[in-house]
Design a protein around this ligand. Structure first.
Ligand code: NIG
Ligand code: FE
Length: 394
C-alpha cells in the first residue's frame, strides 16, 4: 500500500478522459457522466461512475461541473524581455507581420539578467496554469548567441523538461546566414544541448530555408535532440514536406499548405500543430483544420505564446478560435489541446485521465467542456490539480 494522500473528486457532471478505452459511447473525449476520479500522489488511480468510487482520504465535490485533462501547450516562446505591443498596433492598422520583429526582442533579451528572465517566465507560467495549462513546451530563440541561447534554455528548464533549442529563429543582424548556421550547428548547439530535449528551426522566407533547416536538424539529432519545425506560417514552401520526410513528431503552424503537403502529413503521421492565436493576432487566414482532419491528419492546438506574432497564453481562446474559425468540433478542439498536444511532445503520461496517468485535471465552472468554445473570453477555470496537487486556487 502506498502512503500517498488520496483524493476523490466526485460529483463530476461530465468528465472528459481522452481514454481510448472509453471511446465507445464516450466519443473521442471518452466522456463519462456523473463521474469521479481518484488521485493518489501525482497519479490518477481510478476513474469511473461516482456511485462506484472507492473511499479516499480527501473528498472534493465538483457539484455537477465538468472536469477535463489539463491543457498541454506544446509550443511557446516564453523566455524573452521587452514589449512589442506597438508592433501589434501597427499590424492592426495595416502593417504585415514579418520575421524581422524577432530582432527587437533579441536586443531586450540579451540585456536582461537571468533573474529578470526567470521571473518573467515564472509569471507567464503562472498565468498559463491559472487558465488550465498543466504541461508546456518552452523554446529559446531570443538570445541568438552561444551564451544567450544556453542561458535562455537553462531558465526554461526550471519550468519544464520540454525545452527546445531554437537558435535558428532568425539570423542576427551582425552576421551572415552561412556563418550563423555554422554557429548554430557548432558551438551554440554544444552549449544548448545539455539544457534541451528538442531542436526547432523557423523554416520560412526571411528566416531559414529548407536546406539550412535540414542541416540544423541533422546536427541536433547528432547531439541527441529531437526535431520539430516552424513551417508554412507566412508562405507556401518545403518545410512541412521536410518535417514529414524526416518523420518529425510535429510540424507547427501549417497555415499555407498545398495538396501535396496535406498528403505528406496524412501518410507520415507527423502531427500538424495549429496555432490559431497567431492568425488572430496577425490577421492572417486561418489554417484549414477541417480539411486536415478530414484528410486523416492528426491535429494539435497550442498557444505559440510569444511577444511578436501572438501574445496569448490562453488555450481556451485557441479552442474557441479553432471551433469558430477552423471548423473543428468542440470535442476535436479539446482533444487537440490535450491528448494530441501530449502526442506532439511524444508524451503518453499526460493529456489523458486514466489510471497511471499524471493527475493533471481542470475543474470548469460549467456543466460541459463545450463551454470552452461557447463562452469565449470567459474565465471558466475553477480549479487546477497538477501532479495531484491543487495549484488553483492557491
Ligand atoms: O512562432 N514564427 C516564428 N516565431 C514566432 C514569432 C516570433 C516573434 O515574432 O517574436 C512564431 O510565430
Ligand atoms: Fe512559434
Amino acid at each position: 500500500m502506498s502512503s500517498a494522500v488520496s483524493t476523490v473528486i466526485t460529483g463530476i457532471g461530465e468528465l472528459a478522459t481522452n481514454d481510448p478505452a472509453r471511446a465507445e459511447g464516450g466519443g473521442v473525449l471518452g466522456l463519462v457522466r456523473d463521474a469521479a476520479v481518484v488521485v493518489e500522489g501525482a497519479r490518477v488511480v481510478w476513474v469511473g461512475p461516482a456511485v462506484d468510487a472507492p473511499a479516499a482520504d480527501v473528498q472534493v465535490d465538483a457539484g455537477g461541473r465538468a472536469v477535463i485533462p489539463g491543457f498541454v501547450d506544446s509550443h511557446s516562446h516564453l523566455v524573452f524581455a521587452g514589449d512589442r505591443s506597438a508592433e501589434f498596433e501597427a499590424r492592426m492598422t495595416g502593417q504585415p507581420y514579418t520575421a524581422g520583429g524577432i530582432r527587437t526582442t533579441v536586443a531586450k533579451t540579451r540585456a536582461a539578467t537571468d533573474e529578470q528572465l526567470t521571473s518573467h517566465v515564472a509569471r507567464l507560467v503562472a498565468e498559463m496554469r491559472a487558465q488550465g495549462t498543466t504541461s508546456i513546451e518552452i523554446k529559446s530563440g531570443y538570445g541568438l548567441s552561444v551564451h544567450d541561447e544556453a542561458r535562455s534554455l537553462a531558465v526554461a528548464r526550471q519550468f519544464t523538461e520540454d525545452t527546445t533549442f531554437l537558435g535558428a529563429h532568425v539570423v542576427p543582424a551582425d552576421t551572415t546566414p552561412e556563418d550563423y548556421v555554422d554557429l548554430v550547428t557548432g558551438p551554440m548547439l554544444t552549449a544548448a544541448a545539455p539544457h534541451a530535449r528538442w531542436i526547432d528551426v523557423f523554416c520560412e522566407d526571411g528566416a531559414f530555408d529548407v536546406d539550412q533547416a535540414r542541416a540544423i536538424l541533422a546536427a541536433g539529432s547528432d547531439s541527441g535532440l529531437r526535431g520539430r519545425l516552424h513551417a508554412n506560417q507566412l508562405t507556401y514552401g518545403g518545410g512541412v514536406q521536410l518535417a514529414c520526410e524526416l518523420g518529425l513528431v510535429a510540424v507547427d503552424h501549417c497555415t499555407f499548405l498545398d495538396d501535396d503537403d496535406v498528403s505528406a502529413l496524412a501518410s507520415s503521421g507527423t502531427i500538424a500543430t495549429l496555432l490559431p492565436g497567431v492568425e488572430f493576432s496577425t490577421r492572417q487566414p486561418y489554417p484549414d483544420a477541417r480539411g486536415l482532419i478530414d484528410a486523416g491528419v492528426r491535429v494539435a492546438l497550442a498557444s505559440d505564446c510569444n511577444p511578436g506574432s501572438c501574445f496569448t497564453s490562453s488555450m481556451a481562446l485557441c479552442i474557441a478560435l479553432a471551433v469558430r474559425e477552423m471548423r473543428m468540433s468542440p470535442a476535436e478542439a479539446l482533444h487537440a489541446a490535450t491528448a494530441t498536444g501530449a502526442a506532439a511532445l511524444d508524451r503518453d503520461d499526460v493529456g489523458v485521465l486514466a489510471p497511471g496517468k499524471a493527475a493533471d485535471l481542470v475543474l470548469l465552472d460549467a456543466p460541459s467542456y463545450v463551454h470552452l468554445a461557447y463562452r469565449p473570453g470567459v474565465p471558466l477555470v475553477a480549479g487546477v490539480w497538477q501532479a495531484g496537487r491543487p495549484v488553483v486556487p492557491r
